[in-house]
Design a protein around this ligand. Structure first.
Ligand code: NI
Length: 205
């Protein structure tokens, strides 16, 4: 058994950078094709800002074996596509019985969650608040404020991520959109076909 040394780190604000992270990946605006309901508005945004970073994930992952933890920060830029707020691509854990927590460090967001049967939960994230994502819930974070949304996440190291499960259902059942008064609301996703019946028209784009 290899003994890993204890360590500590810190989150740099306002950037959301995790000091000493062992890995980083970022998504550009143009890489989020298919996430947003208004395809035309998305294309227009890509033409203007396609190369800009939409979000960055820094993580500290000593190992990816059972019993260990992976933690890190997700930093999501503010913005919207025809009123639909900027979001992460979202995923279900490959080992779907693995849970996760997210704590909001800065900004204002929503953790949008959904079961495989299509039951939705949307929980607001403000600094200091912690959202528990139980096993078997698909999850994505959404920035509903004017600043960067920085969250600290932590999940079992062997969880893995399935990023295709959302796209295969035509997105998530709910969209998180502007309420026109500086807040947010859920709106039905008209492209959503669910997961129970993959033979429905429109399930393959
Ligand atoms: Ni996760």
């Amino acid at each position: 058994m290899k003994i890993v040394e204890p360590t500590s780190t810190q989150i740099v604000l306002p950037s959301g950078e995790l000091m000493g992270a062992s890995g980083r990946y970022s998504k550009r605006v143009s890489e989020l094709a298919g996430c947003y309901a208004d395809h035309g508005a998305f294309q227009a945004l890509v033409a203007l800002r396609g190369d800009e970073i939409a979000y960055v994930v820094d993580q500290f992952a000593p190992k990816t074996t059972e019993g260990d933890l992976i933690f890190g920060t997700s930093t999501l830029e503010p913005g919207d596509v025809a009123g639909e707020f900027f979001m992460t691509r979202g995923h279900l854990h490959k080992k779907a019985d693995r849970s996760e927590i997210y704590q909001c460090i800065a900004g204002r967001g929503v953790m949008l969650m959904e079961t495989l049967e299509g039951r939705v939960a949307a929980i607001e994230l403000v600094p200091g608040h912690i959202v528990y994502v139980p096993p078997y819930w698909i999850h994505r974070s959404v920035n509903v404020g004017p600043e960067k949304l920085v969250t600290l996440f932590c999940y079992p190291a062997d969880a893995g991520q399935d990023y295709e499960i959302i796209a295969a259902a035509g997105g998530m059942a709910s969209l998180i959109v502007s309420d026109g008064r500086g807040g947010w609301r859920q709106a039905p996703n008209l492209r959503y076909v669910g997961r129970a019946d993959r033979t429905k028209p429109g399930s393959v784009e």
